[in-house]
Structures are given as structure tokens and as C-alpha cells.
Design a binder for this molecule. Structure first.
Ligand code: OXD
Ligand code: MN
Length: 592
């Protein structure tokens, strides 16, 4: 698995398979020049300078935000476009009702038309990358061909990019995920994100926005990888990975899946509150986990990424000091506002006021938020004060608990535990959450988002749930499964739980459950903490609020179960019968 010493070879000489594909793409797209990325700092610096000279990047205040840049995307291109994202398997049934589908031949033909001659006058960048530590048996490589310098800079932060990745491709037998990307004309009518899991290929045209254009992230590490993981016996999930060290010095790792913009980055770099002294947090990843059964019967996780592409609004020293410090140097900001002295500004930033909005206009509150609600930062994970060296471990970290959750005003309690792996798979498959600005479309509507993978599973959800069930059978020491909801509100719309660092109290309960040191109440929905099981010292939370947070009104649960049953049935015949048995069991316990 170690890199081959191709140090004397030029980049195009390292892998014949890559070079052949680059030549084919160049013949189709007709670029003015081709640049093979070596991933060096000198290369990134030259590219930043070129983008600044062309007005595509703007340096931010060098005293307060050294080596930080602002990038403004096209105002019609600010989020993932789920309605223009396709999974192109041979049969529509394999993509499932959870994906838009197009037959591979038709999709290739459509994309060929769009890509034909699209890089005339532009540079074609060849971006070899490795998802996961370069020496990890679990890492997988890809090559993105793009005509966007912004994409190259972001891929340089988000992945292990350059010569070493190309060398790994060569030693891996020349196998890699082929990702072809062009910003095209940024015309929403000519924008498609196509995935061909059976061919390990991606084609993306017409968008320069993160999740549509940084192909290593959602397209490769989730959609293609989830498909590949099923055939190879592992899991590619939309999960953060975090290590929690308790005051006694024991460290446990948990992985947590929440839909986009529901606080994964905050949880991954949580700051323990002063009222919980002695805890330490170690971040492994904030968005994606690749999970493998280990020889010891436990589930082991790596973070395939090496950087964060996080939501900016709401970040401040009180909500997430680590994140704030991490983005105050060497960061790329996308679609934030500017202060008069050239600092980035976003809603929730306590200091200063915006002068210029995210579209470059003088700030006027009548135009809406100053920063786009889905404005982002891109930084290397190494800048995170809580970054763990274990993120570089080729074998990953062992997972004690899996956590699922969503953003729900009502119904879902603060936390509960699944009774078994099979029950946990139902809990995960039933996740529902209010939509956020991470994808285009209406915000705040509750939708089902199984395992937080609705936009990212590269195959039929029925098969995906069956794969999850099968994985449990291969794990002698499977992680326990929990569900959380930090977002429960009272009738007046006030959040019942303080969230952020205080979420550690809930994580503490989970770890104590894993160690068999704390009790729970057996409720119909699952195992819930009794008031005395949660450490709420110093929180000043009213007992009635705590009671509300940890109970589910039976009538509402009954309705929810009926809704889940309909949802699963609508997914079709491939939904495993075991999930219906789990629903029957909850209904039986509810006396429904
Ligand atoms: C992301 C997303 O960018 O989930 O991570 O949209
Ligand atoms: Mn995400």
C-alpha cells in the first residue's frame, strides 16, 4: 500500500491509466493547456496568485485573517442541487426511488454534448487525490479533471492531493474513480451531476459549488463509495467521528450522522463546558466516515477527508471557539460578507458589521442576510485545535457508539438508545429532519433522511438497509446505536436544550451506557435516560423541561410509526422485512 518511489518520473508518466484518460478528456474538452497537480505549497501559492490577479479570489485583511481569501460563486450556484443529481446504474431499480436515475448510455451522451469543447481557452487541471491516509488499506483514490482553479485549491485542502496520490494509484493497479468536472457556463439549465457507480465514474457540469464540484467529497466519498462499500463489505457514511476522553482518561470514539447543516462540525470539535472539567475532545472527521469491521469484531472508522468544508453562519467564539480560531488564518471563505476593513463577516459573527454582502453589493438588510446562509469555509483539518493524530492512523479508530439525529422541533426526544442493532437500523432508517440551506429548495420542511444519506446513498435504500443489517451480523462487538435531537422546541419556539458544548452531557450518558455503568427507562421508542441518569449539574434546567425532553407523547409516536411504515413501503419491495418487524414491536410496546 506504501507509495512507490516515482520521484524521478514526471506526473503524466506515473500512471498510464490516468494519462490515457486525461488524453481522452482533453480530446473531448479541448483545453488551452493541461496542468498536472503535484499538490505542493508552491503550486497552491501560484494558483492563488493567479486567481487573485483574475479577480476570482479576494485576499482578506492580512493582519486579522492572514492568508485567507474570499470567493464569490455565481448567485444561482450556492448549494447542492439534488434535483439535478443522478445515479446512473444499469437498472433504475438499483438506483432506487431515493435517487434520480438516468440510463448510463443516455447520461453519457448528454454529458458528452455538454463537455464537448467546453474547456476551450481554459486550463484543464488533473487533480489526483487519495481519500483516507495514503498508507491506509481502507483509503481509495480518484482523479478529478476540472477547469476550475477554485476547485483545485479546495481539493488541495480537502484531500491528500498530488504526486503521492498518483503514486498510490499506480501501485493500486491503476484503479481510480474518474471524476470529470467543468463549470461550463454556470447555467442552471445546463447543470448535471451524474454518478456511474458501476463504472466508478462521475461527471459534473455547470456548477462550481462545493458539493457539486469538489468531486472527492459527496460524489466520490459518499455516492460512489457507498455503492463500492456494499460490494466490498464496508460502509461509507455521512458521519462525523470524534474521540471523547473522560476525566478518568478513557477515550472512546463515536460516529454521528446528521443531515447537512445540522451541527456535525460543531459536535466534532465540541468544547467541553466549564461545568464538566477533565473532558477532552479529539476530532477525527466532521462529515464523512468509512467504516470497516475489524478482526476484533469491532467497527473501525477512518475519515477519508483531510479538511473541512463547513457552514460559516452561526460560528463564533461562544458557539465553537475551535472552529472560530481554525478559520482565522489560511482559509478560503465562499459567499460570506465583508466588513469595511476587509474581514469576512457572517450572521452570528459577534464583532463588526457587514459593509458588502455575499454578492458584492453594499450591504442592505432589505436584500436579506449579508452572508449566504450556506456560505462556507474550507480549511485543512490540521488547523483544528482539537485535531487528533489518530486521524492519520491507517487502521482508523474503533467505534463504541453510532449516533443518528435530525433537526426536529417536536416529537424526537433529546436522546434514546436502540434495543439492538436491528432496532438501531430502523431508528437510523427513520431519521427525519427539517431541510436546510445546504441544498437548493425549501428550507424548514420535515423530510425523511435515512442515516442522513438521502442525498448521498449511491444505490437503492432497500438494499442499503439490508447491507446495514448484514454488517451488524458481522460485528461480534457492534457499537450501540443512539438517536439524538438537540433541536426540540417548546410551544413558543424556544429551544428546550442548550446544545453546543452541553451536548457532552448526552454523549457522557451514551458512553456510560456502553460501559454498562448507567441505567435507562425502557420506553416504547427505545431506552431513554431517567432524569437522574443525565448529569445536568449547573445547567439550571427545570425538571419539567427535562421530563419533556425525555418523553414522547404516545399519540404522536403512533402517528410517526404509521408515517415511517408508509415511507418504508413507498421505498418498494427491497425494504427488508426485519424493519417492519421492528415497527411491529414498537407498536406492540405502545399498545397501539
Ligand atoms: C456538506 C453537505 O457540504 O452535507 O457537507 O451539504
Ligand atoms: Mn455533509
Amino acid at each position: 500500500m506504501a507509495s512507490a518511489p516515482h520521484t524521478l518520473a514526471s506526473l503524466p508518466e506515473i500512471s498510464r491509466n490516468v494519462a490515457t484518460w486525461v488524453a481522452e478528456v482533453a480530446a473531448l474538452t479541448r483545453p488551452e493547456r493541461i496542468h498536472w497537480c503535484d499538490g505542493s505549497e508552491a503550486e497552491a501559492a501560484a494558483l492563488r496568485a493567479a486567481l487573485v490577479a483574475r479577480g476570482e479570489l479576494q485576499p482578506l485583511n492580512p493582519d486579522t485573517f492572514p492568508r485567507c481569501y474570499l470567493y464569490r460563486s455565481d448567485p444561482t450556484d450556492v448549494a447542492r442541487v439534488e434535483h439535478l443529481t443522478f445515479v446512473c446504474t444499469r437498472t433504475q431499480e438499483d438506483a432506487g426511488p431515493n435517487n434520480n436515475w438516468m440510463a448510463p448510455a443516455a447520461a453519457h451522451e448528454k454529458m458528452r454534448g455538454l463537455f464537448s469543447g467546453c474547456m476551450r481557452g481554459r486550463t484543464l487541471y488533473v487533480v489526483p487525490y487519495c481519500m483516507g491516509p495514503l498508507d491506509s488499506p481502507y483509503a481509495r483514490c480518484g482523479v478529478e479533471i476540472t477547469d476550475s482553479g477554485y476547485v483545485v485549491l479546495n481539493m488541495g485542502l480537502m484531500t491528500r492531493m498530488g504526486r503521492a496520490a498518483l503514486e498510490r494509484i499506480a501501485t493500486d493497479g491503476g484503479r481510480f474513480v474518474r471524476g470529470l468536472h467543468s463549470t461550463g457556463e454556470l447555467d442552471p439549465e445546463r447543470r448535471f451531476i451524474m454518478h456511474y457507480p458501476e463504472e466508478l465514474a462521475i461527471e459534473s457540469y455547470g456548477s462550481g459549488y462545493g458539493g457539486n464540484a469538489l468531486l472527492g467529497k459527496k460524489c466520490h466519498a459518499l455516492r460512489i463509495a457507498s455503492y463500492q462499500a456494499r460490494t466490498e463489505g464496508w460502509l461509507a457514511e455521512h458521519m462525523l467521528i470524534v474521540g471523547l476522553q473522560n476525566p478518568a482518561g478513557e477515550t472512546h470514539y463515536v460516529a454521528a450522522a446528521f443531515p447537512s447543516a445540522c451541527g456535525k462540525t460543531n459536535l466534532a470539535m465540541l468544547i467541553p463546558p466549564e461545568s464538566l472539567p477533565g473532558w477532552k475532545i479529539y476530532t477525527i472527521g466532521d462529515d464523512i466516515a468509512w467504516l470497516q469491521p475489524g478482526p476484533d469484531g469491532r467497527l473501525w472508522a477512518i475519515n477519508p477527508e483531510s479538511g473541512y468544508f463547513g457552514v460559516v453562519p452561526g460560528t463564533n467564539r461562544a458557539t465553537n471557539r475551535n472552529a472560530f480560531d481554525m478559520i482565522s488564518h489560511d482559509a478560503i471563505f465562499t459567499n460570506v460578507a465583508l466588513t469595511a476593513d476587509g474581514e469576512p463577516w457572517w450572521e452570528g459573527r459577534k464583532k463588526h458589521v457587514p459593509a458588502i454582502d455575499w454578492q458584492g453589493r453594499p450591504y442592505d438588510p432589505a436584500n436579506g442576510p449579508a452572508a449566504h446562509p450556506n456560505s462556507r469555509f474550507t480549511v485543512s483539518a490540521r488547523q483544528n485545535p482539537s485535531y487528533s493524530p489518530a486521524a492519520e492512523d491507517p487502521h482508523g479508530v474503533p467505534i463504541s457508539a453510532l449516533i443518528f439525529g435530525g433537526r426536529r422541533r417536536e416529537l424526537a426526544p433529546l436522546v434514546y438508545e436502540a434495543r439492538s442493532w436491528q432496532h438501531g437500523v430502523l431508528v437510523a432508517a427513520s431519521v427525519a429532519s427539517e431541510t436546510t440551506a445546504a441544498a437548493t429548495g425549501q428550507v424548514g420542511v420535515v423530510r425523511r433522511d435515512p442515516m442522513a444519506m438521502k442525498p448521498f446513498a449511491g444505490y437503492n435504500f432497500g438494499d442499503y438497509f439490508a447491507h446495514w443489517l448484514a454488517m451488524g451480523q458481522r460485528l461480534a462487538r457492534a457499537p450501540r446505536i443512539f438517536h439524538v435531537n438537540w433541536f426540540r422546541q417548546d410551544a413558543a419556539g424556544k429551544f428546550l436544550w442548550p446544545g453546543y458544548g452541553e451536548n457532552l452531557r448526552v454523549l457522557h450518558w451514551m458512553l456510560e451506557r456502553c460501559a454498562g455503568r448507567v441505567g435507562a427507562r425502557d420506553g416504547a421508542i427505545g431506552l431513554l435516560p431517567r432524569p437522574e441518569d443525565l448529569d445536568t449539574t449547573g445547567l439550571g434546567i427545570d425538571p419539567s423541561v427535562l421530563a419533556e425532553l425525555t418523553t414522547v407523547p404516545p399519540a404522536a409516536l403512533k402517528k410517526e410509526l404509521a408515517d415511517i411504515r408508509t415511507y418504508l413501503a413507498d421505498l418498494g419491495a427491497r425494504t427488508p422485512a426485519a424493519l417492519y418487524s421492528e415497527l411491529d414491536e414498537i407498536e406492540r410496546r405502545l399498545g397501539a
